[in-house]
Write a protein that binds this ligand. Structure first.
Ligand code: HEC
Length: 706
């Protein structure tokens, strides 16, 4: 309720240009991006801007603008679009300050653009080294920048945090936040507050310990670092987490320490809470995946799959709540955290809401981390029967840990909900999110001893197994309910669904106009922006976009006009579902809509050519070996069963398929390393390249001759 009347006044104010202190100087003469704590704390008073990643310090992704409503939304049309220079994935949430959009794209490049026209003001390319692309599962994406105290902060895929001058895009300071010899990458957006910039990292499928670092926003000096999982107990880190590691965390891990075990990467959500000067970190799954290998099959393994709260100034531990103790199913707890004042059982509570991959909707008291409620937000969860309110722990199914035999569990590794942003409307009291019900994964234990190989995603189980040539044939239970994807509106007070609208969408935005906006992927190449009534989920509008939209849209206003803006372009590596019809890759772009807009969006990308006509024949045993090697090493980027995602190359269409020498040079020697295709020599057995070529060639032949 607190925004709806206010925002009209602000729009009127904008139209008149001179009311209130901030608008006293014309935008062009003001030093840009003067965003500070006071401004972010009062973000509701300037809904024309989108100051921080989650919209405000409560990360509700709620826009107070109410010009666009269910009644006039028919007039919502493209206002402008701006092309990025990359065809790789787009996951950023743009920031808008005083008429300027700041956004990052693949390879951690940053753009500033005029929010009214989409005209590019500057671009910054941090020159991320190509081979770093192979250090993570899911493409060289970036989820956004932070804007604070006149600077724009970008965390680069290779682990640097760079402060740019917001006026020019020139670097002011740079600091390396990870050991570049390690398997770390950064796709997440930095967060700001209390004079500091906070950044985590990713790479949890490749071994290593997650942590969050805080840096002085002006100087880049490190203020503190907090590790999520323990290191060698004999060698403390000299970090803010040392004391809690020794007293609380180490005793939850069993077996000998080694450098690769851990996980708990904070690769997405971090929320700064100005009210308690507290920082919340949402942590990822454990590594290796099975607790059996990681920790002798015992222990909670703190702080994986948890929310950890620390003192924002010092990094000192305050509280944690672990959602999936002893996690073994890729149940990251890294999804958005949303803060709100809720009335629960008649009591006003400072709540933190969370919808992790494991399928439960958690409401915590964020002052002390106490669990208030936890209920499944999708049906059909099988890894746990419920969360026991007496202990605050999930009641985990007997067979869930796949210690000696395979098990099929729901949610699967893609989660009941992923990283896609969620939104909360204080007007409806509902939290909106994309949800997937009844999706499963089959977890198959490996028989042989676990061997860590740096650079390979050795997870400790048979992965992608349902699709692969493993001993276990796919066993989809014919009676299992079909997978359902929908936009879900959830009431956190009653812990019940308010409505569901079917569709495979991405991140969401809620507005004071009574709308929920969501990007939608028809396939990887084409999508839509859609709008729903916030109260009942009725679809009221949609518009084609020449790209899928998977990230969260935002809203802002310039000269009294409300805009809806999203970064378009799919992403997420090779394991996303393959399109039925292959097209040529197209660049990602920003697409902006306003009432009465008159811009034309670019056309859909043209169809790809046919698969290569393969000339050579290959022996069946070579093809079979190639299939296994492909699955273990190449599938994560080029697609399971060579069904390409449409973002990274479809190898069945590679001209090199008939050219053994060039193929080998690319695969073994890394002639395309600067573009993210590393040299696999040393990581795969000798002569693998040729066996994989045989397999891909036979796949191409099969496709060409149905
Ligand atoms: C981490 C992701 C990743 C993995 C894993 C990966 N590749 Fe690639 N590969 C790429 C990228 C990115 C390109 C495209 C580079 C460019 O833009 O030209 C590529 C290109 C190629 C090409 C050239 C395709 C063309 O356009 O003609 C071949 C051949 C290839 N990869 C084979 C393989 C094989 C074989 C494996 C497994 C041993 C493998 N790749 C594993 C990312 C990957």
């Amino acid at each position: 309720m607190r925004y709806s009347t206010l925002s009209l006044a602000v729009i009127a104010c904008l139209a008149l240009t001179a009311c209130g202190k901030r608008d006293a100087a014309p935008a062009s003469t003001r030093t840009p991006a003067q965003v500070d704590d006071a401004r972010i704390a009062n973000a509701a008073s300037e809904p024309q801007n989108w100051l921080v990643h989650g919209g405000d310090y409560q990360a509700q992704r709620f826009s107070g603008l109410d010009q666009i409503t269910p009644e006039n939304i028919g007039e919502l049309k493209p206002a402008w679009s701006m092309d990025f220079d990359t065809t790789r994935g787009q996951e950023a949430t743009p920031i808008v300050v005083d008429g300027v959009v700041y956004v990052s794209t693949a390879w951690s490049k940053v753009y500033a653009a005029d929010a009214k026209t989409g005209r590019q003001l500057w671009q910054f390319d941090p020159q991320v080294p190509g081979p770093v692309a192979a250090k993570n599962c899911c493409d060289v994406v970036s989820r956004g920048v932070a804007v604070y105290l006149g600077k724009v902060y970008i965390a680069t895929y290779d682990g640097r945090l760079i402060a740019l001058d917001a006026a020019t895009g020139q670097p002011v300071w740079t600091t390396q936040t990870v050991d570049t010899e390690g398997m770390y990458t950064i796709s997440g957006a930095p967060r700001v507050g209390g004079g500091l910039v906070y950044i985590g990292n990713g790479g949890g499928e490749f071994g290593g310990r997650g942590y969050v670092s805080a840096y002085d926003a002006q100087t880049g000096q490190m203020a503190w670092r907090f590790y999520i999982t323990p290191g060698d107990p004999a060698k403390p880190d000299g970090a803010a987490s040392d004391a809690i590691m020794a007293s609380l965390v180490q005793p939850t891990w069993f077996g000998p320490h080694n450098d690769y075990r851990g996980g708990g990467m904070v690769w997405n959500a971090i929320v700064y809470d100005a009210e308690f000067d507290q920082l919340y970190m949402a942590t990822g799954n454990g590594y290796p995946w099975p607790r059996l290998i990681r920790s002798e099959g015992k222990g909670d393994n703190l702080f994986i799959s948890a929310i950890v709260a620390v003192d924002a100034k010092t990094g000192a531990y305050r509280w944690h709540y672990q959602e999936t103790p002893g996690e073994s199913w890729d149940y990251d707890s890294t999804g958005d955290m949303v803060l709100a004042d809720l009335t629960l059982n008649g009591q006003p509570r400072k709540a933190l809401m969370h919808t992790p991959k494991n399928g439960f909707f958690y409401v915590l008291d964020r002052q002390d981390g106490k669990l208030i409620s936890a209920e499944p937000y999708v049906p059909g969860i099988t890894w746990a029967t419920r969360v026991d309110m007496a202990t605050g722990r999930p009641v985990i199914a007997d067979n869930a840990y796949y210690t000696d035999k395979p098990v099929t569990l729901s949610p699967g590794e893609s989660g009941a909900h992923g990283w896609q942003p969620t939104a909360f409307s204080p007007n409806t009291g509902l939290l909106y999110l994309q949800a997937n019900a009844h999706a499963t994964s089959r977890f198959i234990p490996r028989r042989e001893e676990f061997e860590y190989v740096k650079g390979m995603d050795k997870l400790g189980l048979h992965h992608f197994a349902q699709h692969g040539p493993y001993e276990e044939p796919p066993q989809r239970d014919p009676n299992a309910p079909a997978v359902e994807s929908y936009l879900l509106a959830w009431n956190p007070v009653t812990q019940q669904a308010a409505w569901k609208t079917p569709g495979s969408g991405g991140g969401v935005l809620a507005t004071a106009g009574g709308l929920v906006f969501q990007g939608y992927s028809r396939d990887v190449y084409m999508g839509e922006l859609r709008a729903y009534r916030a109260d009942n989920g009725a679809e009221v509008w949609k518009h084609d976009t020449p790209n899928a939209i998977i990230t969260g849209p935002i809203s802002y206003a310039v000269d009294g006009e409300q805009y809806i803006l999203a970064a378009s372009g799919a992403g997420g590596g090779g394991i996303i579902s393959a399109p039925k019809v292959m097209r040529l890759p197209q660049v990602g772009r920003l697409v902006a809509f306003k009432l009465g807009g008159s811009a034309q969006l670019p056309a859909d990308p043209p169809l790809a050519g046919p698969v290569v006509q393969v000339t050579q024949r290959f022996p069946a045993d070579v093809v079979a070996q190639g299939a296994q090697l492909y699955l273990d090493t190449c599938a994560r980027c080029h697609g399971i069963g060579t069904r390409a995602s449409g973002i990274l190359p479809d190898l069945k269409r590679s001209a090199t398929l008939n050219d053994a020498a060039t193929w080998r040079a690319i695969v073994e020697d890394g002639t395309l390393a600067s573009r993210g295709m590393i040299a696999w020599k040393g990581l795969i057995p000798d002569n693998s390249a040729e066996m994989i070529r045989a397999y891909v060639a036979e796949q191409a032949r099969a496709e060409a001759t149905p």
